[in-house]
Write a protein that binds this ligand. Structure first.
Ligand SMILES: NC(=O)c1ccc[n+]([C@@H]2O[C@H](COP(=O)([O-])OP(=O)(O)OC[C@H]3O[C@@H](n4cnc5c(N)ncnc54)[C@H](OP(=O)(O)O)[C@@H]3O)[C@@H](O)[C@H]2O)c1
Length: 313
């Protein structure tokens, strides 16, 4: 735990905001800590210091820390396991955000929460917008949608950012799995008929910081609370993502690319169904905050550079 939390008697915003980050060991939690460092007093709490499955603990911790901003990076993200652990997924993804939203309202704090492209069923051929009807295909998506709705009905100040295909230099993700598998196998079969926007934890954290600090400083007027799609631009399939990873990793990391075989979702059955098209339109985010995430390919380059630097240290 990194709990460098000092009382700020001046209560100044935004420079000295008290910021509570949940899920601090996750992909996004790690980047948020890095990017918000210096923007305020940060209480970065992991599962051992704030277990989001325990409502009483959430209330007690938030009341003790009294944050002005809560960045809820914690989530139950095991999409397939959620099919058989629905109660836990709901506790962490739906009930915990509801309690955080209630506690944020008591403190007049801003709650920043993250949701997912998997709230959609994937049937629309174009990118999904915030006004499209959510219809999750799996238990994880349903739990995340319930979390969004709980926050929206709590009545406080919030920003819900729906991300997609999140990966970065740390944690469990598709990029790091591909790099590991390349060391173990000569041939990889990758699904080619699910389309989405790979989005980096770095880009999400950067955009979050810009928006939160701008909102707290009054740069966006009064009515910025709401639900926004926040993904890197462009789109590809998992197969296309893997091709891009190995084309770049050969140069950046000296990784020997395996042979890639495109397969259909039906050839790779999983416990949880996944949407075919889960590309999100981030137009609302751009129009409201003038914030745009990079294209998914340049964001991938950035992560590979981070990996290259850390492998050469
Ligand atoms: N990953 C994706 O592809 C993806 C796609 C779309 C949206 N999102 C959303 O983006 C957000 C960030 O995801 P991420 O990729 O950073 O996920 P992640 O790497 O799996 O991190 C999730 C974090 O939540 C923590 N956590 C899980 N259960 C907890 C509990 N009971 N109490 C406290 N902490 C708990 C995990 O801790 P442990 O390490 O101890 O388990 C981990 O630190 C989430 O809201 C997720 O739903 C993710």
């Amino acid at each position: 735990m990194n709990e460098s939390f000092a009382e700020d008697p001046r209560g100044n915003l935004p420079d000295q905001a008290r910021i509570l980050i949940t899920g601090s060991t996750g992909q996004l939690g790690l980047e948020l800590q890095r990017i918000f460092a210096g923007s305020g007093s940060i209480a970065a709490l992991d599962r051992t210091t704030l277990d989001l499955a325990h409502p009483d603990q959430i209330r007690a911790v938030v009341r003790r820390v009294r944050p002005q901003v809560i960045l809820n990076a914690g989530a139950y993200t095991a999409v397939d396991r959620a099919e058989t652990e629905r109660d836990l997924a709901d506790a962490v993804n739906a009930e915990a955000p509801r309690i955080l939203a209630e506690e944020a309202l008591r403190l007049n704090a801003l709650l920043v929460h993250y949701s997912t492209d998997y709230v959609f069923d994937g049937t629309k051929p174009e990118p999904w917008t915030e006004t499209d009807t959510a219809h999750p295909l799996n238990a994880y998506g349903a739990s995340k949608l319930a979390g969004e709705q709980a926050i929206q009905s709590a009545g406080g100040r919030y920003l819900v950012f729906r991300a997609s295909w999140v990966y970065g230099p740390h944690g469990k993700n598709f990029l790091l799995t591909m790099l590991r598998l390349a060391r173990e196998r000569d041939r990889l079969s990758i699904v080619n008929d699910q389309i989405g926007a790979p989005t980096t934890s770095i880009a999400l954290a950067n955009a979050t910081r810009e928006i939160v600090m701008g909102a707290l400083a009054g740069h966006f007027g009064a009515d910025w609370t709401g639900l926004y799609h926040m993904t890197c631009s462009g789109a590809t399939s998992w197969f296309g993502f893997a091709q891009a990873i190995f084309a770049r990793a050969a140069v950046a990391l000296g990784v020997k690319a395996p042979e890639l075989v495109p397969i259909a979702t039906t050839d790779y059955p999983t416990p949880a169904r996944r949407p075919h098209n889960s590309v999100l339109s981030s137009a609302k985010l751009r129009d409201r905050f003038a914030v745009e995430l990079p294209g998914w390919e340049s964001a991938l380059d950035e992560v590979l550079q981070v990996l290259r630097r850390s492998s050469s240290q």
